[in-house]
Design a protein around this ligand. Structure first.
Ligand code: PHE
Ligand code: ZN
Ligand code: ZN
Ligand code: ZN
Ligand code: CA
Length: 297
């Protein structure tokens, strides 16, 4: 599977930062920085050959947008979706939350185009609006999908905060194998967890499960029975000494001290964590949809 260029992912983060700076310091639902962010991502995807749709919805008296991008080809009855929320809170530019997931998913989509991939399964990428107000955009998408279209989505991979400065390496615990928190998710979620784990074990990075509690845009998907998975490098939680021993960084300090704050800027990113997660996204997309093992092998 491909090595996603970290410099390209970081260039998207610089664009999100510039967009926020030019639009009152944020990229929040209903603010001009949100639509500018959506148009930036859409422009890159359109130029690469994607079929894109801006889906609008209304929330809190403001128009919000989901950006959906389909890569032509693949089995239309077996769709893999990969997504990230593109909105920030109003307090700041939202570069780790969630410029990081948005940029890593975008660069994976652009890698698909650069390689002229002819995938086995159909690939659909999504950037959600109004996640910060309660998963509004992703819920709107799922709830407005015809049931026949819904049944074609075989999995959804979500990336929300994948460059936390004091990073942990968490994978959504789709099978609740650690027995804490919530889960298990729909059958198939465990397989997505295993695929992501497989990448991190291949690079020798230990991971932990994180509660599959619906605290990001996979929530509406699992609510209708679609298997989901994803990674996370931590938010307001505090890194333990055991976690600092295996991952590095600072014990007793939040994974992201700038979570939902004005200091969530381009300096609030751990390049190593962002690079590993971008490569993990691409690896999962390739393993599941581009070149899956053929049946019987
Ligand atoms: N969804 C949370 C936010 O955007 C962050 C989060 C992601 C929390 C994944 C837990 C798990 O603020
Ligand atoms: Zn890389
Ligand atoms: Zn957030
Ligand atoms: Zn988030
Ligand atoms: Ca669990």
């Amino acid at each position: 599977s491909p090595d996603i260029p970290l410099a390209n992912v970081k260039a998207h983060l610089s664009q999100f930062q510039s967009i926020a700076s030019a639009n009152g310091g944020n990229r929040a639902h209903g603010r001009p920085g949100y639509l500018a962010s959506a148009n930036y991502v859409k422009g890159r995807l359109d130029a690469a050959g994607y079929t894109t749709t801006l889906q609008s919805f209304t929330y809190n008296g403001a128009t919000g947008y989901n950006l959906i991008a389909d890569w032509p080809g693949g089995d239309p009855n077996q769709v893999l979706m990969v997504g990230a929320h593109l909105d920030s809170v109003t307090a700041g530019p939202g570069i780790n939350d969630n410029g990081s997931g948005s940029a890593a998913v975008l660069e994976t989509a652009l890698e698909v185009a650069r390689q002229g991939v002819n995938p086995a399964k159909h690939l659909r990428f999504a950037w959600w609006g109004a996640e910060e107000l309660g998963l509004i955009g992703s819920r709107y998408y799922v709830n407005n999908l015809p049931v026949t279209e819904r049944s074609k989505i075989k999995g959804y991979l979500n990336f929300d905060m994948v460059g936390s400065p004091n990073a942990g390496y968490f994978i959504y615990d789709g099978d609740n194998s650690d027995g804490t928190g919530s889960g298990p998710g729909p059958a198939g979620s465990a397989e997505l967890e295993r695929v992501l784990q497989g990448y991190f074990s291949s690079i020798g990075v230990p991971t932990e499960g994180t509660d599959f509690d619906g605290r990001s845009d996979y929530g509406p998907f699992i609510a209708v029975g679609i298997p989901a998975g994803g990674t996370f490098t931590g938010a307001e939680g505090i890194k333990s000494s055991a976690q600092a021993a295996k991952w590095g960084g600072s014990a007793g300090v939040a994974f992201d001290r700038c979570y939902h704050r004005s200091c969530d800027t381009t300096t609030n990113i751990n390049d190593t964590a962002l690079d590993r997660n971008a490569d993990a996204i691409a690896d999962a997309v390739w393993d599941i949809a581009v070149s899956p093992p053929s049946p019987g092998t």
